[in-house]
Design a protein around this ligand. Sequence first.
Ligand SMILES: [Zn+2]
Length: 258
Amino acid sequence: MTDLSQIKDDLVTANRVLAYHHVVDSFGHVSMRNPENPNHFFLSRARAPNCVEIGDITEFTHEGKTVGHEPGKPYSERFIHGAVYEARPDVMAVVHNHSPNVVPFTVQSRRKFRPIMHMCAPIGTDIPTWDIANKFGATNLLVTNMDMGRDLAKTLGPRTVALMRGHGSVVAGKSLRDVVFTSIYMEINAEMLIKAYQLGDGDIVPMSDEEVAANTKGRAGFTYERGWENWCRLVNRPYYPSTWEMGPGFSKTDKSGL
Ligand SMILES: [Zn+2]
């Protein structure tokens, strides 16, 4: 199997894993930058993530134009992905989701969305909320063109997560394993945080900036690999034990991340 078909195979796995963990349902999507052409990215055609097959994976320019093989109608919100890749050369993978326990945090500001458990540290302590109405008025809340995507990417800035008011979130990662890991633990964090706010009558002790930095700095590829192997097993998908997709700083022969 060539590296590129392995990448597409892992993207299929990422779709299934996110569906298994209820980060996405029939909607939501995950993409990966083409490591052989950083101006392009891979994303499924418009299909429920749990149903995605390798033949559905389509190559797009940042502006959302199909390159070559066109298996069917593309996602109308593919601009979220293109705009983040355009703005962030460090980002190798993107998830857009309507993660159910996260959405309540997008429509109120009294209870902040903060990491409260060490596994959830990658979401960071500075999580902005993008409100599409601020610039685009009354819409159907979907990101359906590059202007909207770029405005969202601007709010995301250098961060890992931006919430989207009345919609969901965008998650940026340095690899497919990274972005899947963050998305799963963001949903887990949201569910636990709602309970903590209820138990504590609104008072909680979130992770500090220093604690988040200590967690994310020390997190090696091994952590992602351990999760990924388990998730492949859970969704009955092939597991390729390698660091080829870890992005800048990693190589296929460099096992230091493992
Ligand atoms: Zn959406």
